[in-house]
Design a protein. Structure first.
Length: 267
């Protein structure tokens, strides 16, 4: 009887130990599966992070006519576009070309996302302050940009004329015609000895729109200012900035204004 009880005790103990071992193995399997699952999630997250689209350089500085190559990673299936081609263009390979002075963005896109690259086209020539903001503006705007070193007179049509003589090395005279405290046009005289620098100054800022007689017409980005360029006399070039209405008659008006500036005899 004692022997039978001892055997039963051993059997129960063995059975309990077996259940305990099974439970431990079950927990180990559960932990192992959870670990594999977590590692899989981490691997997927790392894979997604590593394939996100990146572009170098992250910012571009150029002069007009200059180029810069963009490099994307991953490179497969990337397309490029410029938000404003007046300032900069980009080809299918990511080569950026600077056009006119100003700022825009290049956008690179693929199945891995998108990246925006700011592009700045810097001026290589700075002969005189930007005159566009003065057109259609007040006298105070003119003074803020050009200063107060002007002489004032009145035209035969009752307009107020402001002249900045010997403005700087390049601008012999800057002169403006005002009516009711609004600038109707502003011009600048530059010596023909600076012909290359002057035309480069205008070309890196404005788009050539055409030519009439001996006058060249250029347009700003917003196409609301036309710049007319021609000879004032054998010694000076004349550029006049006036509002542009987008009509053919505006060019004729501009040519007439150039002739009028010639007759004002600012020199």
């Amino acid at each position: 009887m004692l022997i039978l009880r001892h055997k039963l005790k051993l059997l129960c103990t063995s059975s309990a130990m077996s259940r305990s071992n099974d439970l431990i193995l079950h927990h180990m399997k559960t932990i192992r599966l959870a670990t594999i699952f977590l590692l899989a999630i981490v691997a997927i997250a790392c894979q997604k992070q590593s394939t996100a689209l990146t572009v170098e350089p992250s910012e571009v500085l150029l002069y007009s006519g200059g180029t810069k190559q963009l490099t994307a990673e991953p490179a497969e299936g990337v397309t490029y576009s410029s938000k404003d081609e007046f300032y900069a263009e980009v080809d299918a390979s990511g080569l950026v070309t600077g056009n006119k002075v100003g700022e825009t963005d290049i956008v690179a896109s693929s199945s891995n996302g998108a990246a925006t690259i700011p592009v700045t086209i810097m001026p290589q020539y700075s002969l005189y302050p930007e005159l566009d903001p003065i057109v259609n503006a007040s006298k105070s705007a003119m003074i803020e940009i050009l200063g107060s070193g002007y002489t004032e007179s009145t035209s035969d049509k009752g307009e107020t004329l402001y002249a900045y003589k010997n403005y700087n090395t390049y601008a012999e005279v800057i002169f403006a015609i005002f009516s009711n405290d609004v600038c109707k046009s502003i011009g600048v005289l530059v010596s023909t000895s600076y012909l290359t620098k002057f035309t480069s100054y205008l070309k890196e800022r404005y788009a050539v729109a055409g030519m009439q007689n001996d006058y060249y017409f250029l347009l700003n980005h917003d196409k609301d200012i036309v710049i007319s360029l021609g000879l004032y006399n054998v010694n000076y070039l004349l550029a006049v900035y006036i509002p542009y209405t987008g009509t053919k008659s505006a060019e004729n008006d501009t040519a007439g204004i150039l002739e009028r500036y010639r007759n004002l005899k600012f020199l």
